[in-house]
Design a protein around this ligand. Sequence first.
Ligand SMILES: Nc1ncnc2c1ncn2[C@@H]1O[C@H](COP(=O)(O)OP(=O)(O)OP(=O)(O)O)[C@@H](O)[C@H]1O
Length: 269
Amino acid sequence: MGETGQTVIEAEGLGIRFSANRGRRRSLREVLVGARRGPGPRSAFWPVRGASFRIRRGECVGIVGRNGTGKSTLLKLIAGVLIPDEGSVEVHGRVAPLLELRAGFNGRLTGRENIHLVGSLHGMGPGDIQARFDEIVDFADLRGGSVDTPVRHYSSGMKVRLGFALVTRLDHPILLVDEVLAVGDEEFRAKCYAAIDGMLAQGRTMVLVSHSEADLRRFCSRGLYLKDGGLALDDGIDAVLGAYQADRCADPAEHGDAEKGTGGGDRAA
Ligand SMILES: Nc1ncnc2c1ncn2[C@@H]1O[C@H](COP(=O)(O)OP(=O)(O)OP(=O)(O)O)[C@@H](O)[C@H]1O
């Protein structure tokens, strides 16, 4: 799986531009006079720009930031699901991505069919899938024949359990996880935590997006704090969460009361 300390993810000046209001319809008046109110349909913004960092083998790095600051976007850039408009990101090793609750499942196919489909898309051979099939179903706790039910009939909890079970059964050295730990009951979360502990103990690398401070502190030694379209801080997880909390406390919008915003407001993150 490679040497400890070796760089496995390397981003250099990484940036991506999105079009805002892509779906916004212009009013008839705006169409007739060519006028636009506010940001027009083609206005662009950079959720992430100029981000440079290296992640070494065996590290678990948390991506921290407020809603809409580009955390999922950064994970998708690392996964190769999105292509950067500026800079680059190089990933050395295969990636097991758990980027969304659906985990790439096809709703019309059964759980069984999806295990085969998604497993093979991630490079598992038929023998590997067969050998791990029962383990995946047990981990996902798909009881009472639900493995032969189309996935569109699954609850979001069932989908996330199946996605997590499948992705954590891959041997890939790099795991990207977006918020999925927030879903599921306590028993399932305990299984996820044990699975992640096991993978980290094997020296795998993980990048975790989470709003849960407890999860971030539990797994990550390091954090990347995204703010205002850029990487504001790359430091130990405690320092990163401290800066993030300080910014939140300093923001009156967070509390609706400026007087409460005294928690380290002069901190530059
Ligand atoms: N494909 C896209 N096209 C245009 N805008 C997008 C696209 N994907 C995301 N965005 C926008 O880019 C910004 C960053 O989104 P992203 O999902 O990366 O944020 P996030 O930090 O993960 O948010 P959250 O914590 O709420 O999950 C948001 O304003 C979002 O609405």
